[in-house]
Design a protein around this ligand. Structure first.
Ligand SMILES: *Cc1c(COP(=O)(O)O)cnc(C)c1O
Length: 222
């Protein structure tokens, strides 16, 4: 393995391109979301200098502490919220993030809609699906996902662009990636956020349009 985050970023980009080719998908059809949670601004900066612009964070507070400064230094940053959203953090999340990938219940959908109107700011939205139906996991249960997307659109007035999932740990992710694609078809959404450091290459043949890669770029989070 290469030794700096920038070397590893280049390696991940090459592996994404190779997986796109193997899946007969166009080069550039899969976006890389570099997951910078737990890493400080000084560790993220070289990755920005190397041209990466899409980043994922899982905590609103942590992101608010480091991204305003980095955004002032680098134009064109696109920040994704990939962690669970509490309703008391919704205003801050709508103000800070460009994409919220973790819409997973009506209460949050309602709060997001209210804040978008109040702030006149429209982050793009994904619904997180609890694909393994693990009770402790975030996400709308699999069986309710398509109906929830419809409610987001019809009752909450939200444009849902994609679905996001985290397959259960220790299982083959392929069937779960396939299932997310199937639900996206039923729900009529285009984008699929799936695949992380350990399995992003396997998500690409199943139609991932973005992969969320953290430790394989930034190193282990300790
Ligand atoms: C932390 C995290 C990732 C990145 O995980 P790695 O295994 O470090 O690539 C991706 N998605 C979500 C939702 C995460 O919380």
């Amino acid at each position: 393995m290469s030794d700096t985050a920038v070397d590893r970023l280049r390696d991940i980009r090459a592996r994404i391109r190779a997986a796109e080719g193997d899946a007969d998908r166009p080069a550039g059809s899969v976006e890389l979301v570099a997951v910078s949670k737990t890493f400080d601004a000084h560790e993220i900066r070289p990755v920005l200098e190397a041209g990466q612009r899409i980043f994922g964070e899982n905590r609103v507070q942590e992101a608010a502490g480091k991204w305003p400064e980095l955004r002032a230094e680098f134009a064109g940053v696109e920040l994704h919220l990939i962690g669970p959203l509490q309703s008391n953090k919704t205003a801050e999340a709508v103000a800070l993030f460009d994409v919220i990938e973790t819409v997973d219940r009506d209460k949050i959908a309602r709060e997001i809609a209210k804040e978008m109107a109040r702030q006149n700011r429209r982050p793009r939205l994904y619904v997180q699906v609890d694909i393994g139906e693990e009770a402790q996991k975030a996400g709308i249960p699999l069986r309710e996902a398509a109906a929830f997307v419809a409610r987001c659109r019809e009752e909450h007035g939200l444009a849902i662009e994609g679905l996001m999932c985290i397959p259960p740990v220790g299982e083959h992710p392929g069937p779960y990636f396939a299932l997310l694609g199937k639900i996206a078809g039923e729900a009529g959404v285009e984008k699929l956020s799936m695949g992380m450091s350990g399995d992003f290459e396997r998500a690409i043949p199943f139609g991932a349009t973005s992969v969320r890669v953290g430790s394989a770029i930034f190193g282990s989070r300790g």
